[in-house]
Design a protein around this ligand. Structure first.
Ligand code: SAM
Length: 222
């Protein structure tokens, strides 16, 4: 029986490579890990969460799809649950600041990790910037529209690349590739900034300047 997952998680899974050993941080129901094991035969996975409750559901689901021998389930904070062979960390469906916090202070546990697949609910510019500071570059990006919200999904690899402000803001790959959804995404980003400009007092000069500058960047990248 094939597990059903939403479009966002399907796109996260599409960024996993065939031989990856994955640590899924904040696995919740572990549906992503079940889907991964069902669709990519050589992938191995650890489903991990900070709370007992989600792991009860995760274990039930894993049993339902008879993958108890293939997916390890571990209780723990962030990447404390990592194992030697893990090369890929997935963190999806969390706030950007939480994602960065989980990784930034535990780089000693990440020495053998070459890939990070991250899907922040917000603060994507911050995530791109901070993760690149940890010695990664952006190898792939997908923009997913799920229940009227846009979710960027980013795959980072070890290495260095030089990025500009607009790369961190809108994605170095997304803004060049310009998929159909990107246009709508940028339109919304522009509207958010225009609305902010309307309510922001005139004496917030620096913030107003930043917003105007970002609107210009959006127009340039449309
Ligand atoms: C909204 S769910 C996301 C589930 C799934 N990853 C997805 O993308 O749909 C967030 C999960 O992350 C877990 N979580 C939050 N902070 C965590 C941390 N520091 N370490 C591990 N898990 C965490 C929560 O318990 C929850 O199950």
């Amino acid at each position: 029986m094939k597990v059903k997952i939403n479009n966002r998680l399907e796109k996260v899974a599409s960024l996993v490579k065939e031989n990856d050993y994955v640590l899924d941080v904040g696995c919740d129901h572990a549906l992503l890990d079940i889907y991964l094991l069902q669709t990519k035969k050589r992938v191995r996975a650890i489903a991990s969460d900070i709370k007992e409750g989600p792991l009860v559901h995760a274990k039930e689901n894993i049993k339902k799809y008879q993958l108890q021998d293939k997916i390890k389930v571990k209780l723990g904070n962030g990447i404390d649950t990592i194992e030697e062979e893990v090369n890929t960390i997935i963190i999806s469906g969390m706030g950007g600041k939480n994602i960065v916090g989980i990784l930034k202070y535990k780089t000693n546990l990440m020495k053998k990790v070459d890939t990070l697949i991250l899907s922040p609910n917000n603060d994507t510019e911050f995530v791109r910037k901070e993760i690149c500071r940890l010695g990664f570059y952006i190898e792939e990006e997908i923009l997913v529209l799920e229940k009227k919200f846009f979710y960027p999904i980013l795959r980072f690899r070890r290495g260095k690349k030089h990025y500009r402000k607009e790369d961190y803001l809108f994605g170095p790959i997304l803004r060049i590739r310009k998929d159909p959804s990107f246009h709508e995404y940028m339109k919304r980003e522009k509207e958010v900034r225009q609305k902010l400009l309307q309510i922001l007092p005139k004496n917030y000069m620096k913030k107003r300047w930043e917003l105007k500058n970002e609107i210009k960047m959006i127009e340039k990248n449309l």
